[in-house]
Design a protein. Structure first.
Length: 220
């Protein structure tokens, strides 16, 4: 697996709460230079990135990193992100609903946000480190049925990140149209290859450009 193939599956990520424009500009420049799948950035930078990089694929986050914003807030945030120029949104599922077993509410939330996004890409982060196996399986089913484009392992801000065990579990229980994104703790070339070979279509990492090219990139 060559480095260019790995990079075209990477969401080049900077989600630090203190990220400066200089740091954001650097990862955008890296993304253009190395042809990553996208940049994944805080919502407050989407409009500025779109103006500076009209052709770049912009991913941003909603309900991040804890997920427990009410649906009305998430809906407004998604609408604002799309209007500012985002192409993809990674939203965090409401983990309180998961723990309460309220999967109908989770399904409704995903469907509403996907309706707002339309033909743009919606990824649903389930933060696997906080979930039991049965909860992960149920979410695989819910997210498949709700019309999202991806199931994503982690925010990178929880107690642990992506694991191959979880990706293998996803693969057994998602529908054929739902893709997988691994994120959090992906720090080596071997990690990237392993997750891609396991079936992931995207990797969320701040490390890929530096590891694969030697070009210093700002991480979170």
């Amino acid at each position: 697996m060559d480095d260019s193939f790995i990079l075209k599956n990477v969401d080049h990520t900077l989600l630090s709460s203190t990220a400066t424009w200089g740091e954001i500009d650097k990862i955008c420049s890296d993304a253009v230079k190395y042809k990553t799948a996208s940049v994944c950035v805080p919502p407050c930078y989407v409009k500025r990135i779109r103006a500076a990089y009209p052709d770049i694929n912009i991913c941003t986050v909603v309900g991040f990193p804890l997920g427990y914003d009410v649906l009305a807030v998430k809906a407004l945030a998604v609408q604002a992100a799309i209007e500012d120029g985002a192409d993809e949104v990674d939203m965090v599922v409401n983990l309180t609903d998961v723990k309460n077993g309220d999967f109908d509410t989770i399904s409704t939330e995903i469907k509403v946000l996907k309706q707002i996004i339309g033909n743009k890409t919606l990824k649903v982060i389930i933060e696997t480190c906080y979930l039991a196996k049965e909860e992960k399986i149920k979410l695989c089913n819910i997210i498949t049925e709700s019309g999202a484009d991806y199931i994503k392992t982690s925010t990178g801000f929880g107690t642990a990140g992506a694991t191959l065990e979880d990706i293998k579990l996803f693969k057994k229980h998602i529908g054929e149209n739902l893709k997988m994104k691994a994120a959090g703790g992906i720090k080596t070339r071997e990690d990237m290859i392993a997750f891609l070979e396991a079936g992931c279509s995207r990797l969320g990492t701040s490390s890929a450009v530096k590891i694969l090219t030697g070009d210093k990139a700002e991480g979170y």
